[in-house]
Write a protein that binds this ligand. Structure first.
Ligand code: AMP
Ligand code: MG
Length: 470
């Protein structure tokens, strides 16, 4: 069985100061945890070969597949609002790109594959927990219809990674439309490296926004893609947790599943990340933060414009257009969640419902899922207020088929992921595979197994803090 990965690399053709050529560091005793067969097919890779002995060597970084040109990408970024001029792939290595069955160019990247010139004091490795978490989260997000990076494979390295203790090492193989971030633009703008910045703009336009004529169009396209993305996150209760500019793609895909989580009880100020002490990246702040990040992209693009004053004026308008784009998409999605078209009445009904949910601490996912079968009343403390709302809502004859399509019954709940990780650390991946199967069919009917995943955590199971994947 030969492994063929139809590499067709383009980023490695860009000016060589935009990345570093570096091979993955081999590991001692790799073993396969999971291969995503449908995704492998989509990429034109034989899943059997990928999961076989040669595939395992490639996924572990012990062998370089024919056509692969491993690089670590350089980038900078604002982390919690603070400028950091020197980030880059510190624990990830891009093996190369393929053009998939749909004609889309996709990156194949190893995450946790050893040090690179951007590792600073890090070891370039990942431990098993964040690898399993990203696998489950990103595949669940894809199944929920959210643009996202994907998980192609996970392997255990057979080596130990030192964090707060000793943990088993692992490597995730991640697929992305590209790994180009707001922070990638920021790096070359900060260095005043206009040729690199220009090359990056051309590359991104060709790859993601072929209709764009230049930086203004590019900024407009990214603004729209991010407005749609964040509206989707908000509509399913997703909290990214670390929306630094280096963790925001220009493609509009969700990237870097670190301390992310889905909310159980609805509250706009919900925060899980242990390092987000100010709540900068709280659930309800995400649209504002996206605007802030897009403003940093705009700033990075200004030096490319012939008339900089005019550019600042135009870019300000584009960045400010986020609010309306976001609002329109949010209204459309939320109205559809209650089975209605977006009108002033549905807008008011959505806001009334959210207020009642917030006051009751209702489970975000289960409340919407229960509305169509008349079971939502249990989610509210003020039942009289809910009954009133319910009567008003029913008078608009909501479309229950639409609600079925919009409201997932299952999201990857934090306490379930934690249990999967605990088992994985003991070498038992059965719970991981079980959970993956359940969360990748989020709209399917509940049976006994799936019902266990739909339940919010019992008080003893609650997880209130998440940690970065380092
Ligand atoms: P993240 O928290 O994934 O957004 O990472 C922020 C930066 O830290 C990126 O430049 C990463 O490549 C780098 N980094 C995170 N963990 C490690 C690690 N274990 N070794 C080296 N670099 C790391
Ligand atoms: Mg990152």
């Amino acid at each position: 069985m030969t492994l063929v990965i139809p590499f067709d690399n383009s980023y490695a053709r860009l000016p060589d100061r935009m990345f570093s050529r570096v091979d993955p560091t081999p590991v001692g005793a790799p073993s396969l945890i999971a291969v995503n067969a449908p995704l492998a097919h989509e990429l034109g890779i034989d899943p059997e070969a990928l999961g076989g002995p040669i595939g395992l060597e490639v996924l572990a970084g012990n062998a370089i597949a024919a056509g692969s040109e491993p690089i670590a990408q350089a980038y900078a970024g604002h982390q919690f609002g603070n400028w950091n001029p020197g980030l880059g792939d510190g624990r990830a290595i891009l093996l190369g790109e393929v053009v998939d069955q749909n004609g889309q160019r996709r990156d194949i990247q190893l995450k946790g594959s050893g040090p690179t010139p951007y590792s600073r004091r890090g070891d370039g490795r990942a431990w098993l927990g964040p690898v399993l978490r990203e696998y489950i989260m990103s595949e669940a997000m894809h199944a929920l219809g959210v643009p996202t990076t994907r998980a192609l494979a996970a392997v255990a390295t057979g080596e130990t990674v030192i964090r707060e203790g000793y943990f088993p090492g692992a490597i995730l193989t991640r697929i992305a439309a590209s790994h180009i971030r707001v922070g990638t633009f920021q790096l070359f703008a900060a260095r005043r490296d206009l040729p690199a910045l220009e090359a990056l703009v051309s590359h991104v336009i060709e790859r993601h926004y072929p209709d764009a004529k230049g930086p203004s169009d590019l900024l407009r396209a990214v603004t729209k893609a991010q407005a749609d993305l964040i509206a989707k996150w908000i509509s399913i209760g997703f909290i990214h947790g670390v929306m630094n500019t280096d963790n925001m793609t220009v493609s509009g895909e969700t990237i870097d599943y670190g301390p992310c989580a889905f909310m159980d009880e609805y509250h706009p100020s919900t925060v899980f990340s242990s390092i987000d002490t100010q709540g900068r990246y709280a659930y309800g702040n995400q649209p504002q933060i996206a605007v802030w990040n897009i403003a940093q992209l705009a700033t990075a693009l200004v030096p490319l414009m012939p008339d900089q004053d005019a550019a600042i004026e135009e870019f300000t308008e584009i960045v400010n257009s986020f609010a309306d784009l976001y609002q329109a998409e949010w209204r459309r999605l939320m109205a559809a969640k209650i089975g209605l078209a977006d009108t002033e009445q549905s807008f008011s009904l959505v806001n009334r419902l959210l207020k009642l949910m917030m006051d009751s601490g209702s489970d975000f996912t289960n409340t919407f899922a229960a509305l169509q079968n008349g079971q939502a009343r249990d989610q509210f403390t003020d039942r009289a207020a809910f009954d009133l709302w319910h009567e008003d809502w029913k008078s608009f004859a909501p479309d229950t088929a639409l609600m079925e399509r919009m409201n997932p019954k299952i999201i990857p709940r934090l306490h379930k992921i934690e249990a999967v990780i605990q088992s994985g650390v003991q070498g038992d991946f059965a719970p991981f595979h079980e959970m993956l199967g359940v969360v990748t069919a989020p709209f399917a009917a509940l049976d006994e197994l799936r019902s266990a995943y739909a339940k919010p955590p019992a008080p003893s199971e609650r997880v209130t803090r998440t940690f970065c994947g380092t």
